[in-house]
Design a protein around this ligand. Structure first.
Ligand code: SF4
Length: 63
């Protein structure tokens, strides 16, 4: 299965991914972007977030 990963050391917490794909990405209480624990991920929406991430820090990982 493919899961989206956010490289937190590069993330500038702009919120674009949360806006593009709130069912997958969320801003947690600590102020970091979190990938929710889903069994499947909506590929098109995640790809949209990847495409629009200004820090280029979201990528797919094969599990
Ligand atoms: S779009 Fe990229 S830089 Fe912006 S909050 Fe999401 S992961 Fe971080």
């Amino acid at each position: 299965m493919k899961i989206p990963i956010v490289e937190l050391s590069d993330c500038i917490v702009c919120g674009v991914c949360v806006e593009a794909c709130p069912e997958v990405f969320r801003l947690n209480d600590a102020g970091y972007i979190e990938v929710l624990d889903l069994s499947t991920f909506p590929e098109d929406e995640v790809n949209e977030a990847i495409k629009n991430c200004p820090a280029d820090c979201i990528f797919w990982q094969e599990e």
